[in-house]
Design a protein around this ligand. Structure first.
Ligand code: URA
Length: 224
C-alpha cells in the first residue's frame, strides 16, 4: 500500500521545504509540521481499547491506543520526523540506524544501529527521502529478520524507484507527502528538496545547486 498525502496544508509545507530560499530554521519547522500530518496518517489504523473515564460532568466510555509501535529513525534526516511521532506516540521505543551510501553505487553501508525489541511489533521507519530505497529496504530486511510485525516507511518525498524497492516486501506500506518524478544520475530525487540532512543540520539555507546536488561525500559515502 502506498499513501500519498492529499491535503492542502501538506502541499503548502512541502512547497516551502522544496524552495531553495527556505533557511534551515524554517526548514526544520516545516518538516516537523509536515511530520504531524504524516504521523496522523501513519497511525490511522492503530487499534484502540475502551476506557471508562470521568469528564468534569459525567462518566463516559473513551478510547485509548494501547499499542506503542517502534519508531525506527534513519539517521540523520529521520530526526526531523521523530518529534511529531513521539508527540503522538509518547511511549514508543525508538531505534536508530545510521546508514552511509557509497557515492559511486548508492549501496547502503550500516555503521551504527541501536534497535529496541521489535519481534511482533508494528514499526514506523522514519526516512524522509526515499530515493533509491536502498537504505529503507535494508532497514526493512533487518527488521524482518528480527521478527517485526507490520512495517510502514514514512517519507516526506519519495522517488518511484524507492517506492518500488521497498514494495518488494509486499506487506510494507509507504506513506509520503509526494511521489516525485524521478531520481537523477546522482540519486537525488527530482524535483525533490535537495539534501535533507544538510538543509536540516548544516546551517546552509541552500545546499543543493539547481544544476546538481552539492557534494555529500564524507569518508567515502554520505549519510543524508
Ligand atoms: N537524500 C536526500 O536528502 N535528498 C535526495 O534527493 C535523495 C536522498
Amino acid at each position: 500500500m502506498i499513501i500519498e498525502i492529499d491535503h492542502p496544508v501538506a502541499r503548502d509545507l512541502l512547497t516551502r521545504l522544496r524552495d531553495r530560499r527556505t533557511p534551515p530554521s524554517e526548514f526544520s519547522r516545516h518538516a516537523r509540521s509536515l511530520g504531524y500530518i504524516l504521523a496522523t496518517e501513519a497511525t490511522r489504523g492503530l487499534r484502540t481499547s475502551p476506557r471508562v473515564i470521568q469528564t468534569p460532568l459525567e462518566e463516559m466510555l473513551g478510547e485509548v491506543c494501547p499499542d506503542q509501535p517502534v519508531l525506527m529513525v534513519v539517521l540523520r534526516a529521520g530526526l526531523a520526523l521523530l518529534e511529531p511521532f513521539r508527540d503522538l506516540l509518547p511511549d514508543s521505543p525508538v531505534g536508530f540506524a545510521a546508514v552511509r551510501r557509497i557515492e559511486s553505487t548508492a549501496e547502503p553501508v550500516w555503521y551504527y544501529d541501536s534497535v529496541p525489541e521489535t519481534a511482533g511489533r508494528r514499526i514506523f521507519v522514519l526516512d524522509p527521502m526515499l530515493a533509491t530505497g536502498g537504505t529503507a529496504e535494508s532497514v526493512v530486511r533487518f527488521l524482518r529478520k528480527r521478527g517485526a510485525g507490520q512495517v510502514t516507511v514514512v517519507s516526506i518525498v519519495a522517488a518511484p524507484e524507492g517506492v518500488a524497492s521497498v514494495r518488494k516486501h509486499g506487506d510494507v506500506a509507504v506513506i509520503t507527502a509526494s511521489v516525485d518524478r524521478e531520481l537523477d544520475s546522482r540519486w537525488y530525487i527530482r524535483p525533490g528538496l535537495g539534501d535533507c540532512g544538510e538543509r536540516l543540520f548544516s546551517g546552509l539555507p541552500d545546499s543543493a545547486p539547481a544544476s546538481g546536488p552539492a557534494e555529500a561525500t564524507r569518508g567515502g559515502g554520505s549519510a543524508r
